[in-house]
Each structure stands twice: as C-alpha cells, then as structure tokens.
Write a protein that binds this ligand. Structure first.
Ligand code: C5P
Length: 243
C-alpha cells in the first residue's frame, strides 16, 4: 500500500494539453494525453490528498476521488489553476501549455480561397508556472511568515497564502541537467520533472522516465516504468518538502 503522507493536504494538478482557437472549428493544440497528470491525481488521492485536477482536453475516465475542472484554452487553464491554488498546499503543473495562441480568434470559419492561405499571427501566452512562482516570491518578500500551507491554518483565500510546493514539468532533449536547473530557477518552482524525450517515450504511452530536479538538492532519477511510479516518486519528494 501507499503511505497516507498527503492526508489533509490540498493538491492541484493541471493535466492534458491546451487548445488555442483559430476559428469556431479549428485550433492549435498538442499531443499531451493527460495520462501522467491523471496518474498524479490518482496516486495523490490514494495518499490521502484532496485533489483538484484542471483537465485540458483529456479523453480519459476521470480519476476517482478527484474534483475535475475542465478547460480548453491556456487562459481558462490559468483562471482555473489560480482559483484552485489560493488555498492549496501543492500545485503540480503537468499540463502541456501552449506557448503561443492566435492573436485573433475568427468568429466565422476561415474560408478556403483561391489565393494564398491567410497567415495565422501568434501572440505569447502567459507562463502560469512562472506566475505562480513569482506570486509566491513576492508574497514571501512582503510577508515572510505567511507561507504556511493551508492545512496548517491559513484560511481559504487568505492574503499571503500560496502553495508550499510548486512542481513543474519539462521536456528536454539535450543538456538535461543544465537546461533543467536554469528552468527550475527561472520558473521559481521547487521540483522540476524533466522527461527524457526520445524513443519509446512518446505522448500517450503508459510508461515514462524522468529526472526530478530539486531546488537546493540533488537530482533524483526515476527509472523507466509506469506513470503511476513516476507520480509516486514525485509525491515522495513533495511529501518530504511538506514535512
Ligand atoms: O517552459 P516550458 O514550456 O518548458 O515549461 C514547462 C512547464 O511550465 C510545465 O510545468 C508547464 O505546465 C508550465 N507552463 C506554464 N505556462 C506556459 C508554458 C508552460 O505553466 N505558458
């Protein structure tokens, strides 16, 4: 059995991949299945956490015991994650978030014309993970004592309440440690789960392998195996930082 080391903890997990509308029928999206995010949600429930999953475009059965908030775009995912994070102990950003979105969403379906295809102009999306890290950094700077997790008595939505542990995900193909450490610092998160992108590690597969980078600590290698095992390895590190 699993330890109940997340009992009484509020956990937010974003999962899946965002879609950015081009017109009423088309979007820019990615191949994230939501399998790793749902594995995180399921295992957190099993370890006693109260789990909210912000699910972006996932066609899997809901993870039992978790509250599921469905979103489509990055803007919706951001709203849902920030709303759920107010009194959360832990936020895990496992979702694949679109870096860019079409600058304008056409109200009518773009028609095929005889001429050149119309260009799609892109604009930058907000970086939700970096925003969470920055909000926490600012809150700590102004109220250094406020950073206790909600489970330890900060009222819901309290000024200065913020997640005690913030976890990001990243896919890196080269210089995993150097690129990952830079990203960990840039985003202000505590743990960064770096997926080794390569053969047999495609989106939608049941297995995964990862290196978890730890702020102020040594990296932890998680061997190739079921996504539940990768999730449990993440929760082991989260639980250690909460206690
Ligand atoms: O910078 P990169 O996309 O590699 O970072 C990945 C991590 O940042 C993931 O945890 C992802 O959920 C999060 N992210 C985000 N907002 C974005 C882009 C990525 O929260 N706009």
């Amino acid at each position: 059995g699993r330890p109940r080391d997340l009992a009484g903890r509020k956990v937010v997990v974003s999962a899946g991949g965002t879609r950015e509308a081009i017109d009423p029928v088309r979007y820019i999206g990615n191949r994230s299945s939501g399998l790793q995010g749902y594995a995180l949600a399921r295992t957190a429930v099993a370890r006693g956490a109260e789990v909210t999953v912000v699910a972006a475009n996932i066609s899997l059965a809901d993870p039992a015991g978790a509250k599921v908030v469905r979103v489509e775009s990055t803007a919706e995912l951001r709203e849902a994650v920030l709303a759920a994070s107010g009194d959360a102990d832990v936020v895990v950003m496992a979702a694949a978030v679109a870096d860019f979105r079409p600058a304008t969403r056409h109200d009518e379906k773009i028609k095929k014309t005889d001429g050149e295809p119309a260009p799609i102009h892109l604009t930058k999306n907000p970086d939700i993970l970096a925003e969470l890290g920055e909000r926490r950094r600012q809150a700590r700077a102004t109220a250094p004592d406020a950073g206790v997790p909600s489970g330890a008595g900060v009222p819901t939505g309290a000024e200065g309440a913020y997640p005690k542990v913030i976890v990001g995900f990243a896919a890196e193909t080269h210089d995993v440690l150097a690129n990952g450490q830079a990203k960990l610092a840039r985003k202000g998160c505590d743990l960064l789960v770096v997926n080794q992108v390569g053969e047999g590690l495609a989106f939608g597969t049941p297995d995964n392998a990862a290196t978890v980078l730890v702020a102020g600590g040594d990296p932890v290698e998680v061997p190739f195996g079921p996504k539940d095992d990768v999730a449990d390895a993440v929760w082991d590190l989260v639980a250690a930082r909460l206690s």
